[in-house]
Design a binder for this molecule. Sequence first.
Ligand code: HEM
Ligand code: HEM
Length: 188
Amino acid sequence: MWKNGRNRYGLVSISFHWALALTFVGLVGLGVWMVGLSYYDPWYNDSLALHKAIGIVALALALAKIGWRPADPKPALAADLKRHERAGATAMHWLLNALIVLVPATGYVISTSEGAGIDMFGLFEVPAVLGTSEGLRDLAIDLHYYLAYSGIALAAVHAGAALKHHFIDRNSTLRRMLLPRSPERRKD
Ligand code: HEM
Ligand code: HEM
């Protein structure tokens, strides 16, 4: 139930997946909205503070998810996938796993490159650990931008593929990411 089986996801992996999917998509939305605000908008500062704090939560979730993986190996892909679908899904999962870490990590670099820490909802502060650097900040801004937009485009293809498997191929791909109880014995 909690851990993955050979052919199904457990509750821990399912919870990580949807928490990360929600924060990633939400933070892209928030990011796009906040960079379009004018300096005089009442949300100008608060939107960025919120983006940073939720972004750090997303980074912690991503690191926890990846750290948890060796203790709870991934199930095999659905049995009826074609060769190119297997290769595509494997590559996509690698890329998404990389991006859920790299996007918030580059955000952290942008925000701490002037020496200030990150305020976590007024509760505590995540300290700046890197030295101040203008060059590093510019690089991190570019990377954060390109990686976030590549990530949302890949996630759209990934979600489209999951829906195709569900509605057209009618295999267990989406169902097993929704419920931990898909029967272990089934072929797919
Ligand atoms: C509505 C949107 C989404 C749907 C319907 C969806 C659906 C799925 C499904 C069905 C799987 C299981 C594939 C399999 O192993 O058979 C999966 C795996 C995965 N998804 Fe999503 N997903 C969505 C959004 C996202 C987003 C936004 C991210 C990250 C940015 C993401 C990252 C991953 C990763 C990394 C895996 C591989 C499994 C793992 O490493 O735990 N997904 N997704
Ligand atoms: C999964 C996590 C994250 C996602 C998906 C994300 C996404 C985005 C997006 C889409 C933008 C708008 C880019 C643009 O159009 O210019 C943005 C901007 C920004 N993000 Fe994030 N972000 C994440 C995490 C973080 C974190 C953890 C921080 C800092 C602690 C952060 C700091 C920033 C900053 C400072 C900007 C403004 C950059 C600029 O001045 O152009 N982000 N983010």
